[in-house]
Design a protein around this ligand. Structure first.
Ligand code: FAD
Length: 393
């Protein structure tokens, strides 16, 4: 009978980070099981913005702890995560100036380098941008984006060096429990016993949770991005932006294109049979949003795009927890389209919880799985126009 000390289910960035952090805390026999290949889920498709600006402290804290690792990735993990600190701008509509100022003040109190910038300074930070519709903006010089696949591969490679076994092409079909606690997993190949299982299955969580009687109201969503080649006359890489007015987010991709996504909307999709390409209507929406902020981009050429699957939680915030009803079962669920940038800290905290009995770096209580049953879903006072928005919160 095969045995492991900890089994991690899912080879996205959060699973790979968790496996790495477990091994670096001395856990010997860690097994990571991935049904397809590393980065096959949301991670491989991620826009991978790395920013600290949230409309709540717990997510900013997770992002800030993660930034420390992104910035020092070579020393902490090894390898290259492709992090580029090109700077980040958060734009909000009129009426939300005070909310933005309060959020920036909270972030500064956490030690994050950020400041409110007046709309007339915006053209310095984002040359060529339209400013007349902007109420207020926040600037983070240390933020930017990373390469989501390189980050995952580097976490996985570092984990392997520390003794983690990674099996790809190996789907977990069932989490096994005995007398209310985890006993291991069943895969398409075999049974593996383990006292601890960490579920990080992204949009494919339902078949693992349902047999355990766990229902957190998770809904898989298909989300898309488009890439535009810069037109003549636009030659400089711009910063990363979340634009709560145009309801879009963007960053440079390579040396002469922009990658843009727009607000998610309400549609959900089957993660086992979704279209990986980009829809023509979505391209048109992205073009409008991009030109709405950078007018010269109305002449930008569409150069591609793709779709990926994320898992929305009922309040749009991730669930990171030790499931109270199943001893030994830990999880990172409901990534809600925002959990690349926080993956270094999520993996670190989960490893601390498993090894030391509690997360030491951060308090994960706000991310608990029971908040829905307690009727205390997440609520941000200082949001920018709707709790339901998946961007710019
Ligand atoms: C288009 C797009 C843009 C995004 N932009 C950003 C952004 O700018 N910034 C940001 O922070 N986040 C962003 N995100 C979200 C971010 O990419 C995700 O939150 C993050 O990658 C989730 O990582 P994960 O490891 O939790 O899940 P995933 O990457 O989805 O990985 C889950 C893995 O588990 C595997 N799996 C599932 N079930 C099983 C099973 N039964 N057995 C074995 N393996 C299994 C899957 O194959 C998959 O590889 C974006 C996502 C998309 C799609």
């Amino acid at each position: 009978m095969k045995r492991a000390d900890v089994i991690v289910v899912g080879g996205g960035v959060n699973g790979a980070s968790t496996a790495f952090h477990l091994a670096s805390r001395g856990v010997k026999n860690v097994l990571l099981l991935e049904r397809r290949h590393l980065g096959a889920g949301a991670t491989g498709k991620s826009g991978s913005l790395v920013r600290m600006h949230y409309t709540n402290e717990p997510e900013s804290k997770l992002a800030f702890e993660s930034l420390k690792i992104f910035r020092d990735f070579r020393n902490v993990v090894g390898g290259d995560c492709g992090f580029e600190a090109i700077g980040f701008l958060q734009l909000v509509p009129r009426g939300y100036e005070a909310a933005l100022a309060r959020n920036v003040a909270r972030q500064r109190a956490l030690g994050i380098r950020t400041e409110v910038v007046a709309p007339d300074r915006l053209t310095e930070l984002l040359p060529g941008c339209r400013t007349d519709d902007v109420g207020a903006a926040a600037w983070e010089p240390d933020s930017g984006f990373a390469d989501p696949n390189a980050t995952t591969f580097a976490f996985a490679e570092a984990a392997r060096r520390l003794g983690v076994t990674i099996e790809t092409g190996c789907e977990v079909t069932r989490v096994l429990t005995e007398r209310g606690r985890v006993a291991g997993v069943e895969t398409v190949r075999e049974r593996v016993d383990a006292p601890v299982v960490v579920l990080v299955p992204g949009a494919w969580a339902a078949p693992l949770l349902t047999p355990l009687g766990l229902d957190f109201g998770l809904v898989p969503h298909r989300i898309q991005i488009t890439i535009f080649r810069w037109p003549a006359g636009f030659g400089r890489r711009h910063c990363a932006v979340i634009d709560a007015i145009q309801q879009s987010w963007l960053r440079p991709e390579g040396t002469n294109t922009t990658l843009i996504g727009v607000e998610l909307g309400t549609g959900h999709a089957d993660p086992n049979s979704f279209d990986e390409g980009v829809d023509p209507e979505f391209v048109a929406t992205c073009r409008k949003a991009l030109a709405g902020r950078l007018p010269i981009m109305s002449e930008a050429t569409m150069r591609g795009g793709w779709a990926g699957m994320i898992m929305m939680s009922a309040d749009g915030r991730p669930i990171v927890d030790q499931i109270p009803s199943v001893a030994g079962l830990y999880c990172m669920l409901g990534d809600s389209g925002t959990s690349f940038k926080t993956s270094p800290a999520i993996g670190k905290c989960l490893a601390e919880w498993i090894v030391d009995g509690k997360p030491r770096t951060l308090d994960l209580t706000p991310f608990r799985s029971t908040r829905f049953a307690e009727r205390q879903p997440w609520h941000d006072e200082d949001h920018y126009g709707g709790q339901g928005l998946t961007i710019s919160r």
